[in-house]
Design a protein around this ligand. Structure first.
Ligand code: URA
Length: 512
C-alpha cells in the first residue's frame, strides 16, 4: 500500500476475469498483518469488491469453516491502479487486526477499498466504517494498557544456581500478546520471565522473546514472598483521601482482580477509607502552620555569627546558624529550618530536595509521605537510617497556600544556590565516604551542574572534591507515578539504592 494524499482517485476499473463469485481468504494467524496486506493487494489488483470476500484466520475460532467460494490465490490484474492509503491507515490496521472481532479484516479491506475513491473519509467523524475501526483500535490499546498495568509476576526459584523464573498469568481480551511482549522485555530485561494467557504464551530468556501456545491458569505459580512485599507496598501507597472506587474499577476492572494480589486489599482498605480520610482532614486542620520564632543571638561559642559568615565548625553550630538564615525568601514563610540529621561521621549521606509539610512542622528531614517510602526502601535494603546522615539541598520548605493546604513548590535555582553552602558545610563536617542524590535538585546541588537523573540514575558520579555521588530518583517521583508503573519503579529504585549499601559495610578485617 502506498501513502496517499487527499486527492480523489478515479474509481477502480473492473479487472478482466475478476469474476463475481465469493472469495475466501485464510490468513496464517489472527494477527497475520503481512498476510492481510498481501491479500489486500491481490484482491485490489483483481478488483474484488469487499462484499465478496470472506476473511478467516487460521486460529480464529469464529471463522466459518464451511464457507463456500473460490479460494485464493488468484491472478493479479495489471489493469488496477496501485493501492494507496493515507499514512494513518497502516498504524490503524496494526491495531485493529489485534481485535477479537471476526469482522475486522472485512472492515479494514472495505475501508481500504473506499479510501481509493474517498481519500477524505478519514476526516469524516461520522463515517460508520472509519469510526468503527477507530473504536476497535481504541479497545486494543486499552487492552494492551491493562496488560502492561496488571501483569504480576510470581517468582519460581529454579535451584542449582539457576536464576529464578518469573511467571505471570493474564487474560487479555484481544490478540495482544505479541504486540505487548516487547514492553515487558524492555522493562524486565534482566529477569527471566514468562506470561501465560489462554491463547498465547510468551517467554523471555534475557535475550529473545519466544511465543508458544496458550496455557491454563493452574499452570501459573501461586503467590510467593515477593508478592507479600508488593502487598505491603500497595498498602503503603494507598491514600484514602484519593480513593474513588468507581474510578479504580474503571482503571482496574474487577475482571482483572483475580490475578492481582493487591486487589484482595481493595475492599478492606476501601471500607476504612472514609474513616481514615476524615481523620486526615481533621489532622490537617488541627495543625496550622506556625512559625517558630528566630532566635536573635547564637549561644554556643563555635557558632557562626551570621549565615553568611565563616563556615560553622560543628553540626550544632550549623543548626543554630541555619535557623537564622534569610539568604533567600523561603525562610520567611517556613515554620523552621530543617537541618540534616544523623551521626557526625556517617559513612553515607542521603540528600533530598527540600523539607515537605511534615518535615517543616517536625523540623526533621524525610518524615512525611516521601520519607515513609524512603524508610521502607532503607528497611528493604537492611540499612538502619540512624547509621546514615540525611539532609536536603534546600533547608526551608517552599510552598504555596491552597486553602488550608500548603502545596510543595520546587525551589528556584537561585534559592538552591543560596542554600548550597549549608549543604557543603554539612558534607565537610560529616565527611561521608559517599553521597546519594535523591532527585534532580539534589543531584544538581551536589554536582554543581544539571544532571539528567533518568539517564544517570544508578550510576556513581564524582564531585570535584573527589567524593562519589550515586544518582537516583526522589521518593516523591515514585509516589506520583501511575499505579501500574509503581511496582517496576520500586524494584528499579531499590536496585539503584542497593549500590550504596556497600559503603556502610564494615571494613573487611584480616580474618582473625
Ligand atoms: N522531600 C525531600 O526532598 N526532603 C524531605 O526531607 C522530605 C521530602
Amino acid at each position: 500500500m502506498e501513502p496517499d494524499d487527499d486527492a480523489p482517485h478515479p474509481p477502480p476499473r473492473a479487472a478482466p476475469g475478476a469474476g463475481d463469485g465469493p472469495r475466501s481468504v485464510t490468513l496464517a494467524s489472527a494477527i497475520d498483518l503481512d498476510g492481510f496486506r498481501a491479500a489486500c493487494r491481490r484482491l485490489w489488483a483483481e478488483q474484488v469488491e469487499p462484499g465478496r470476500v470472506a476473511w478467516h484466520a487460521a486460529d480464529d475460532a469464529e471463522g466459518d469453516l464451511f464457507e463456500a467460494g473460490a479460494a485464493e490465490p488468484a491472478t493479479a490484474s495489471t489493469e488496477a491502479p496501485p493501492v494507496r492509503a493515507p499514512a494513518a491507515f497502516m498504524p490503524l490496521c496494526e491495531s485493529v487486526i489485534l481485535h477479537r472481532d471476526p469482522g475486522r479484516f472485512g472492515l479494514l479491506y472495505r475501508l481500504l477499498w473506499r479510501l481509493q475513491t474517498e481519500p477524505g473519509l478519514r476526516h469524516d467523524a461520522l463515517d460508520a466504517d472509519w469510526v468503527a475501526a477507530q473504536l476497535l483500535a481504541q479497545a486494543v490499546h486499552r487492552d494492551m494498557h491493562k496488560m502492561k498495568a496488571f501483569v504480576r509476576f510470581r517468582t519460581l526459584e529454579q535451584g542449582g544456581g539457576e536464576e529464578p523464573l518469573h511467571v505471570a498469568w493474564f487474560e487479555p481480551e484481544h490478540h495482544i500478546v505479541e504486540a505487548t511482549a516487547p514492553f515487558f522485555s524492555r522493562r524486565f530485561t534482566a529477569m527471566r520471565w514468562a506470561i501465560l494467557t489462554p491463547e498465547r504464551s510468551v517467554r523471555w530468556d534475557g535475550e529473545r522473546l519466544a511465543f508458544g501456545p496458550g496455557a491454563r491458569r493452574d499452570q501459573a505459580p501461586p503467590a510467593d514472598a515477593g508478592e507479600a512485599l508488593w502487598l505491603t507496598y500497595y498498602r503503603s501507597i494507598f491514600n484514602p483521601a484519593r480513593l474513588k472506587l468507581a474510578m479504580m474499577q474503571k482503571e482496574m476492572p474487577r475482571k482483572y482482580w483475580a490475578n492481582l494480589p493487591e486487589a484482595a486489599l481493595i475492599d478492606p482498605l476501601a471500607a476504612g477509607a472514609a474513616e481514615r480520610s476524615t481523620a486526615m482532614v481533621e489532622r490537617d486542620a488541627a495543625e496550622p502552620a506556625r512559625r517558630i520564632p528566630v532566635r536573635p543571638q547564637p549561644t554556643a561559642p563555635d557558632h557562626a555569627p551570621t549565615p553568611q559568615g565563616e563556615a560553622p565548625r560543628s553540626l550544632p553550630a550549623l543548626r543554630e546558624a541555619l535557623e537564622r538564615c534569610r539568604e533567600c525568601p523561603i525562610g520567611e514563610h517556613a515554620t523552621q529550618a530543617v537541618p540534616g540529621e544523623g551521626p557526625q561521621h556517617a559513612k553515607l549521606m542521603f540528600v533530598g530536595e527540600q523539607p515537605g509539610d511534615q518535615e517543616d512542622l517536625q523540623g526533621r528531614p524525610f518524615v512525611g509521605p516521601a520519607g515513609q517510602l524512603f524508610a521502607r526502601a532503607l528497611a528493604a535494603l537492611g540499612i538502619d537510617r540512624r547509621d546514615t546522615y540525611i539532609s536536603n539541598a534546600v533547608k526551608h520548605f517552599k510552598f504555596e497556600l491552597r486553602g488550608k493546604r500548603r502545596i510543595h513548590k520546587t525551589p528556584a535555582q537561585e534559592e538552591a544556590a543560596a542554600c548550597l553552602h549549608w549543604l557543603e558545610s554539612e558534607i565537610a563536617l560529616v565527611d561521608p565516604g559517599a553521597l546519594v542524590a535523591l532527585g534532580a535538585t539534589a543531584a544538581r546541588q551536589l554536582m554543581g551542574t544539571p544532571i539528567a537523573v533518568t539517564r544517570e540514575r544508578g550510576r556513581w558520579l564524582r564531585r570535584a572534591d573527589g567524593r562519589r555521588v550515586l544518582i537516583t530518583l526522589h521518593p516523591s517521583a515514585l509516589l506520583r507515578m501511575e499505579p501500574e508503573h509503581q511496582e517496576a519503579a520500586w524494584a528499579a529504585w531499590l536496585a539503584d539504592l542497593r549500590q550504596a549499601t556497600a559503603t556502610l559495610a564494615p571494613p573487611s578485617g584480616d580474618g582473625l
